[in-house]
Design a protein around this ligand. Structure first.
Ligand SMILES: [Zn+2]
Length: 287
């Protein structure tokens, strides 16, 4: 072997090793829309999941097991509302100011926009936000978190107006019983629509909302994160916003199957879930 060849071989070997190291130090896990969509299917396979039902209890248990599997410290908040057991589930990881990333995991017990005698399956309204949080539990790298993140699964959001139930029962309880003041609250609800459009929401903190929509633009999501106001929604962010905590609701409220029996997994797409998950991942993790 000539010395020139030797140098070439050694330098290309060096380059190869360098590439290997670069690959190894890149983020190991990135939010997968397909994985999140699998969580939508798993939830819907349980059937409708209204607060207090066995399917809802089973989902809560599965969420706890999933969080623990991925190294999150789990706490529950349990109380009774109108003779019904309620359970908020919180998975905690990371250090720094507390940030709540929340979604409701219950489904509405009556499809009252169509047939109140039937329950809602809630592929989008319930399962999509829950699925995004479950996939975040897998992919967020705890030592790269900019905050102490509380992945929060709110109970009893979606029976408002039925038999005098209120909306947002679980989140109201949590907001009223905080011992730490969170830096921010981000709620994801109805985020899986295959025909996805997120508008700015009037009850959300304008500064934090702009920050998120700007970040979405840098990720190339300008067609789905539209920086114009549209709805004012009473969702799980409001109990926190009322206490002066910056809170944002990421919600696509233009969903014709809302509170009908047609809110099924075929209306939800992995790509839609992935955009929301990657936005939150980018916001929560250091570069
Ligand atoms: Zn709903």
């Amino acid at each position: 072997m000539t010395s020139v060849l030797k140098v070439l071989v050694i330098s290309s070997l060096f380059l190869f090793l360098l590439l290997l190291t670069a690959c190894a130090s890149a983020p190991e896990r990135t939010f997968s829309g397909e994985q999140a969509y699998a969580h939508v299917l798993q939830q819907c396979a349980l059937g409708p999941r209204p607060t207090g039902s066995p399917a809802h209890r089973a989902l809560g248990d599965a969420i706890i097991a999933h969080l623990e599997h991925w190294g999150w410290v789990v706490e529950t908040q349990e109380f009774t509302y109108r003779d019904t057991p309620i359970r908020n589930i919180i998975g905690k990881a990371g250090e720094g100011p507390v940030v709540i990333v929340g979604a409701h995991y219950d489904t509405r017990r009556a499809a009252d926009r169509e047939d109140p005698s039937q329950p809602v399956l809630g592929a989008n309204d319930g399962a999509s936000g829950t699925a995004v949080l479950m996939e975040l539990a897998r992919v967020l790298e705890h030592d790269r978190l900019r905050y102490q993140v509380w992945l929060t699964f709110f109970d009893a959001e979606d029976n408002g107006g039925l038999d005098e139930w209120e909306w947002c029962v679980g989140s109201s309880y949590m907001a009223a019983n905080l011992t730490v003041r969170p830096e921010a609250v981000i709620v994801v609800d109805m985020v899986g629509d295959a025909d996805q459009q997120f508008y700015l929401e009037h009850n959300s903190d304008p500064t934090l909302q702009r920050q998120l929509w700007d970040l979405a633009a840098t990720l190339g999501y300008t067609a789905t994160f539209i920086p114009e106001y549209r709805w004012a929604i009473y969702d799980d962010h409001v109990p926190f916003a009322r206490r002066g905590i910056p809170a944002v609701d990421i919600i696509d409220f233009d969903y014709p199957y809302w509170h009908t029996t047609r809110d099924t997994p075929d209306k939800v797409s992995p790509e839609s879930l992935e955009r929301v998950g990657r936005l939150l991942e980018a916001w929560l993790e250091r570069e």
